[in-house]
Design a protein. Structure first.
Length: 83
């Protein structure tokens, strides 16, 4: 008997900045289930950005866009190998 499909859980917004992207980044930054440590690291970094009179959320979203791929890469099959 096959298992039923698991529905994807939507990540809830962050408590401080009310942003899903920040909450997702905190979850990826977290190690060994220590979410408060990951939150404090990110919030301290955002505080340092605020001291330099910049918007930390806009800077963070721009950095995430710069890291992401610009083009989609598709696999090509040549002979028996995929490139």
């Amino acid at each position: 008997m096959r298992h039923k499909k698991v529905e994807k859980r939507i990540v809830e917004q962050d408590e401080v900045y009310n942003n899903r992207l920040v909450a997702k980044f905190i979850n990826r930054l977290m190690r060994d289930g220590k979410k408060t440590v990951a939150q404090s690291l990110l919030y301290k970094a955002f505080d340092l950005i605020e001291q330099k009179k910049e918007d930390p959320l806009a800077l963070f979203e721009g950095a995430i866009q710069n890291v992401g791929p610009k083009q989609e890469v598709k696999a090509r099959r040549v002979g028996g190998a995929s490139y």
